[in-house]
Write a protein that binds this ligand. Structure first.
Ligand code: C2O
Ligand code: CU
Length: 510
């Protein structure tokens, strides 16, 4: 079927249709292939676990939050999209570890939604996965999320409804540690995002249709429905030969944003001269892996997915979709680009780091990339969790093999050859320590994300992560402690792969 600019699919009709089928397959999934009784979100085990998180004397924070339509000004070009609290990203939530957070949420969208608290290992019934942990929140309706926030770190939240992940519905949530003293003078949270919604008629739905209809023909451009070019375009990398073959993403985005701003209108992070700046980086993109560097500066990586590591000095860091990296930079006097280049495609996002004594008025000039991008690239598999952040417990008692499968030809992404809905839940018992073996049998990278847990990368004191990038033809084995009963999504954080079914369920059973 040829893809035309004005296809007959209205956004609403598409969502209703896909929502209905998702529900259908979920119901089928619950009945099939189950050996033992699942511990559902409503099970007393979930409330019991929450009670153990309660700390005497801890605080409580109440936040009102609305999702609705937003006009977003992209350097003079105004697009209509959706967001939280009228802005993109939505307003940051800041809370202390151990506190109870109450978010009184109202859905003013024209479609149902939920909120997933990415990176927070909270009670299962507050995890925000429709049909799995809570009913969808219908337009005009409210829902109160209430949970104890367990761990400090840089996290974020977003809906868990299909392609809404590629709109403006995302915001940071920063959890402060009551016993971590600040070793920096200023901090900034920088949320990266690949943007197409509303530009030249592009929508996430149309982009997905293009990927499905024209899968295998090349890179997809969400705009006019034409393929952006044959495969191979923009694949040239400066890294190893293996990397030059790696497909990091298939959607061509017209813009890349930092905190909702395109490179033509960059955010400025102001810092005292000689001071230390903590940059909390979040990749809220849908199909773009970013490589971030700061012009003329080295940086020290201190946290991955919110959890502390033994600090590592580097020149560039890579973030796949869903990942967070915290770095410390101590800039020399001046104005420096914080430059996030899209791996394997054209385009980049930009912010400016400016010391208070800087006389520069214009934003620094950046070409395609900085010299720093091609120096030392931080490798999370070599990082060590700090003593206190290391995963507790002994050796895993068993391995669970998960093959990441599919390809561009049919756009049929899955796990162990099955799409979500036809998946076989990964069954686990509370207290088990297991190894998840993620094996990428495809040509593309997949950032694999697990809800409700923070696993450990391989090696002694491997870094704690909730999202890990698995490269084509490689295996990443992570250790997992089953300490949070319920039903949890385990999926690729590429929005379009997730929509195509690249997901399964970590299912506590009794
Ligand atoms: Cu960022 Cu299933 O989540
Ligand atoms: Cu994927």
């Amino acid at each position: 079927m040829p893809v035309t600019g004005g296809s007959g699919w209205s956004r609403r009709r598409f969502l209703v249709a896909s929502g209905a089928s998702a529900l259908g397959v979920l119901a089928a999934g619950c009945g099939s292939d189950r050996q033992r009784e699942a511990i559902k979100a409503t099970d007393p085990a979930v409330a019991r676990r929450e009670k153990q998180r309660r700390i005497a004397g801890a605080g409580r924070k109440v936040v009102d939050l609305v999702a609705g339509s937003v006009s977003l000004d992209l350097a003079g070009r105004v697009v209509q999209t959706v967001g939280y609290g009228g802005t993109v990203p939505g307003p940051e939530i800041r809370v202390r570890a151990g506190d109870e957070l109450e978010v009184r949420f109202r859905n003013e969208l024209s479609t149902p939604t939920t909120i997933h608290w990415h990176g927070l290992a909270i009670r299962n019934d507050m995890d925000g996965v429709p049909a799995m942990t809570q009913p969808r929140i219908e337009p005009g309706k409210s829902f109160t999320y209430r949970f104890i926030v367990p761990d400090a770190g840089t996290h974020w939240f977003h809906p868990h409804m299909g392609l809404d992940l590629d709109r403006g519905l995302y915001a940071p949530i920063v959890v402060e540690s009551p016993d971590e003293s600040a070793d920096h003078d200023t901090e900034a949270i920088l949320v990266l995002d690949d943007w197409l919604d509303g530009i030249d008629g592009a929508t996430p739905e149309r982009t997905y249709r293009n990927l499905v209809d024209q899968g295998g023909m090349g890179r997809m451009n969400g705009g006019a429905g034409a393929p952006g070019g044959m495969g191979g375009m923009g694949h040239e990398m400066r890294g190893s030969v293996v990397e030059s073959m790696t497909d990091f993403g298939d959607v061509v985005y017209p813009l890349h944003l930092v905190n909702g701003r395109p490179p033509a209108d960059p955010l400025t992070v102001a810092t005292p001269a000689g001071g230390r700046v903590r940059l909390r980086l979040v990749n809220a993109g849908s199909d773009t892996v970013y490589r971030v560097a700061v012009g003329g500066q080295t940086m020290t990586v201190t946290h991955l997915d919110g959890f502390p590591i033994e600090p590592v000095e580097t020149d560039a860091v890579r973030l796949s979709m869903g990942e967070r990296v915290d770095v410390i930079v101590q800039p020399s006097s001046g104005a420096w680009p914080i430059h996030a280049v899209a791996e394997g495609k054209d385009g980049s996002a930009l912010a400016v780091l400016r010391t208070s004594d800087s006389e520069a008025t214009a934003a620094p000039n950046v070409g395609d990339r900085l010299a720093e991008h091609d120096r030392r690239l931080f490798d999370d598999t070599t990082a060590k969790a700090t003593e206190s952040a290391a995963l507790k417990g002994g050796r895993p008692s068993r391995s669970i093999k998960l093959a990441l499968t599919g390809g561009m030809m049919s756009y049929a992404w899955g796990i162990n050859g099955r799409a979500f809905g036809k998946h076989k839940p990964v069954e686990i018992e509370e207290g088990e320590r297991v190894q998840l073996v993620l094996r990428n049998e495809t040509m593309m990278v997949h950032p694999m994300h697990l809800h409700g847990h923070t696993f450990a990368l391989p090696g002694e004191r491997g870094a704690r992560k909730d999202t890990v990038l698995v490269h084509p033809g490689t295996i990443v084995s992570v250790d997992l402690l089953a300490d949070n009963p319920g039903q949890w999504m385990l999926h690729c954080h590429n929005t379009y792969h997730l929509e195509a079914g690249m997901a399964t369920e970590l299912s506590y059973v009794q």
